[in-house]
Design a protein around this ligand. Sequence first.
Ligand SMILES: Nc1ncnc2c1ncn2[C@@H]1O[C@H](COP(=O)(O)OP(=O)(O)OP(=O)(O)O)[C@@H](O)[C@H]1O
Length: 766
Amino acid sequence: MEANEQHYEQLRVDKVIAEVKLKQAAMTQQLVHAHQETRAVERNYSDNASVNTFEIDDASETNAEIQQQRQLVARVVETETILKRQLDTLEQLAHNPYFGKIEIQDEPSVPTEQLYIGTSSLQGPDDDFLIYDWRAPIAAIYYNGTLGHVKFSTPSGSQETELLNKRQFTIEDGHITNMFDTNETVGDEMLQYALGQQNDEYMQNIVATIQAEQNDIIRDTQHDLLVVQGVAGSGKTSAILQRIAFLLYHARAELSADQILLFSPNKLFSNYIAEVLPSLGERNMRQVTLTDFLSARLEGLKVQTLFERYEAQQIQLPTQAIRTTMGSLSFMQALARYVANLDEQTIEFADVYLVDEVIFSAYHTQLIYSRQPANASVGAKMLATKNQLIKELKRKAAHALEAAWVSDAINGMSTEEYEQLIGIGKRDEFSSAEAESEYAAAKFVERYYQGVYDALFNDYYLDVYTQFTNFLTEYGANTKEPELWELKAQQFQTALEYHQILLDDATPFMYLRDLLTNSGRNRQIQHLFVDEMQDYTMAQMVYFKHAFPQAQFTILGDNQQALFADVTAVNEFYTNLQTAFAAKHAKLVTLNKSYRSTQEITAFGKALLPADNHIEAFTRKGHLPRVIMTADEASSVQYLTLHLPKLLNEYGTVAILTKTMPAATRIAQILRRHLPVTTLTATDRAVPKGVIALPIYLAKGLEFDCAIAYDVSATTYATANDAAILYTVATRAMHDLLLITNGQPAPMLTTIEQALYEKIVPTTEL
Ligand SMILES: Nc1ncnc2c1ncn2[C@@H]1O[C@H](COP(=O)(O)OP(=O)(O)OP(=O)(O)O)[C@@H](O)[C@H]1O
């Protein structure tokens, strides 16, 4: 490209940065004022808050005033936060104002327009756009359009224009270090550069180099169910985050970050992705792991985690057929039918107790239920029954206010007990003795019946546990193995005795409970994202749909990275999802190109999988993966001790990835005699620098400069499912991959074409 083109562009960069600096100065002034205002309002608030609160008559007035003051504080604090965020954005723009440019012409008779695209928009003194936000409708053609006639959609419909030129920039600290024109979508050269640079503790945003197929996912607004099957490193997680930023930008008024929920694989991952949205000037969405979600909904029970089940599975095989069935769509459908067909005879009503007295008998509740309109749904009848019980409880409480046993009980209290009942220091507040004893009676009755109220609120007038056991038995009776289902039912009951619930049981159980009691729905969430979809059962998906009825779903994963179950066919999964969600507008997108790893690592990973996979490598050169043929643990340790310091010199983090947690703990412990190694567990939230050891399920979705697959022996990686696990391990590496056999190499290693890796047999005299 001509030097004066670059000069011209650099002058424009300088001009834009000068404008950014002006805005920074003005905004810093505004921030100083805003801060002063916040301080003033806060001071005023704390002065007011301490006035009058102990003079009863003024209390309510003061409260209203305090409320107002509080709102004022919240508002000024918010103004300050917004200004700070805008200043952060300007600071970014001052160094790197934009990354792309498009030249367009709507009609031959009108002049061409040059539009620059960056992470956020910037307007000049005459309100002209110096930078367009990458999410603006017109920016779509930067990502999607090849030169020539292009279409793009805007809120007011589809528009067309002529794309004359597309230019990419790398700007570092205000200087264009690289720029070139491209007639395709975002060019490879830029991406090469971006991918070669990556070695961060946190995931980076990819807005400068979003690829066309990723852009379709990010900008999709048509579908209520979007399923993405993408090979390892194809940018699924990146697409989720960029998509959230896109959705927030376009629905600013209706959508807030709190209404978006992401199911993420573990806490390390949650932390790893936490910087992407703030770097785009947006707030983070809510995140939850499956374990935390289930535990919150099954309070009081210890829910087995996916990791615990995975570790247990390595030791003993459970009845696979039952597990598969319980995770299926048809099982959840059978469960819904079972609930729909329940009647007052088959519902397991339970007595509600107050200490050891029955307050509402199962029979009484059953009677109320039987009086509900026959054609209402089971859930609706149950809700009406519950409301009736609560009404009756309130009536009992009202009667009790006058009852002698209540006044007797109060009179029998010690001074201390009494003070506790009405509130310390409260006695002097009453205008008359009568008012005081009325208040005391009300408090006493409230406290007396509180447990019953809680029991009703929590639906303890039903025995959902027995109901679920009944369902399991009844379901089993129609199968070829009723005795196995009997055992399953017993296993459920036994776990309960220990206040535990197995992972396989948790979701169907919650579904039964919610359908029966008409509960468990969160209507606030507008968008639900599930990453690593292959780790979820269809039953869990059905439950998500039930639990988040208002949400649009974006579900992403890679069926080849199935750590916890067998690989399932994507099409079958997608069809089942469509049925389960009754989705009107569903779409399946496939991403085959892998960006994370070097070409050599991707080729090696691809070779581990069955030959019919469609993985394509992005051309970024590196060196071949190395397979170290160690005979036993001693020689593996010897090799690692010698080579880890060298690797660490080159890369900030070296991750030793094992199949299980005990294996990670063991190798870390041995290595620690020679060098520092950190073992990561399910509760860790951050990935430290240095040598780390962790089981693969905790490394889900993460990436490392250098990954070492440890113990790729025939005993540890034996089955077809293990090949999927090793594939997941191998594809965590960005730049360098080592595999240590630790004994006879696994069969999938021996069948791989030799040219795809470097085989190293360590000599013993090391
Ligand atoms: N268009 C892009 N531009 C720059 N980097 C990209 C692009 N797409 C993906 N990457 C990078 O490739 C890596 C893998 O992306 P990401 O983690 O989103 O993939 P994934 O499909 O979720 O992978 P996995 O299934 O293995 O967890 C990340 O470092 C990401 O920044």
